[in-house]
Ligand binder design. Structure first.
Ligand code: ADP
Length: 264
């Protein structure tokens, strides 16, 4: 009964409570993002974050070679290392794996990435973003079987060996599907999907899986990517997805008890 937990990396996320809650939970896989750290490192390297809007209105991080460097250093270098160290301090034997390690996350590079610029659409030929094609579940099962907690994050790698950026919520959905996880818990800096993103009292407690498509317009920005991930996970056979806060006490237990937005 595998549970996949993803912890976000935008400001307002807390990994401490998540790490404490993972102690004594075998068969969990932790997936991480880390946008704040990527932004910080990118800025220090002279490549502050840039975003673009696709013709269909989805906002994505720019992943040209300069920005991809910040993704690799920020996620595989800093966030993952810190999480593995934190888990170790809680008595959890953890192993960090980026999607490149063992080709854990095999991706197809997105060709023809397009951005809206004013009333024109331009092609971003140098964008190194990918779509996950396959997760090596054997590697994860092997790590779990040896008694270690896998800590997984972007980037991914293509069959040709190109390192590409992938969305961490998509990673979580792909890992949960590949492992036939029963639950996917997406922990973030808000209590769940909110009717008004500025008002935590407007939490939507439940979305039947069949009504997920209709709920998409409620979410803007990054929250929409979580709903896409939830949809992919449910399609991939995951029974229940919970979007919940990472910064409450025992955030995983709390989410599994239904505090957050439950999609099933
Ligand atoms: P993380 O790093 O935890 O994955 P993100 O910044 O990627 O966090 O996504 C969560 C953010 O989505 C929230 O902080 C909020 O600003 C934004 N958001 C947009 N629409 C909604 C909504 N309807 N409900 C909740 N959050 C929303």
């Amino acid at each position: 009964m595998t549970i996949v937990v993803k912890v976000g990396g935008a400001p307002g996320n807390s990994s401490g409570p998540v790490a404490s809650d993972l102690a004594g939970r075998p068969d969990c896989v932790l997936v991480h993002g880390g946008s704040a750290e990527v932004d910080r490192i990118g800025t220090a390297l002279g490549a502050p974050p840039e975003y673009f809007t696709s013709p269909s209105g989805v906002v994505s991080r720019r992943s040209d070679p300069r920005h991809l460097e910040a993704v690799v250093l920020g996620l595989a270098g800093k966030v993952q290392t810190d999480l593995v160290a934190l888990l170790g301090s809680r008595g959890i034997r953890a192993i960090g794996l980026s999607g490149v390690d063992g080709r854990l996350l095999l991706a197809q590079r997105k060709t023809g990435v397009r951005a809206r610029v004013g009333d024109r659409v331009v092609r971003l030929a140098d964008d190194l973003a990918g779509t996950i094609e396959r997760v090596d579940s054997t590697l994860l099962t092997w790590v779990l079987g040896a008694g270690y907690l896998p800590v997984v994050g972007p980037p991914a790698v293509t069959a040709e060996g190109e390192v590409v950026n992938v969305d961490a919520d998509q990673v979580a959905a792909a890992v949960a599907s590949a492992l036939s996880a029963t639950e996917l818990v997406l922990l973030t800096n808000v209590p769940g999907l909110l009717r008004d993103p500025n008002d935590p009292a407007t939490l939507i407690p439940q979305i039947p899986a069949g009504e997920l498509e209709a709920a998409l317009p409620l979410a803007s920005g990054r929250m929409r990517k979580k709903l896409f991930a939830a949809r992919d996970a449910i399609r991939g056979g995951v029974r229940r997805v919970v979007i919940a806060s990472s910064s409450v006490d025992a955030p995983i237990r709390s989410a599994l008890e239904g505090r957050g937005t439950v999609i099933a």
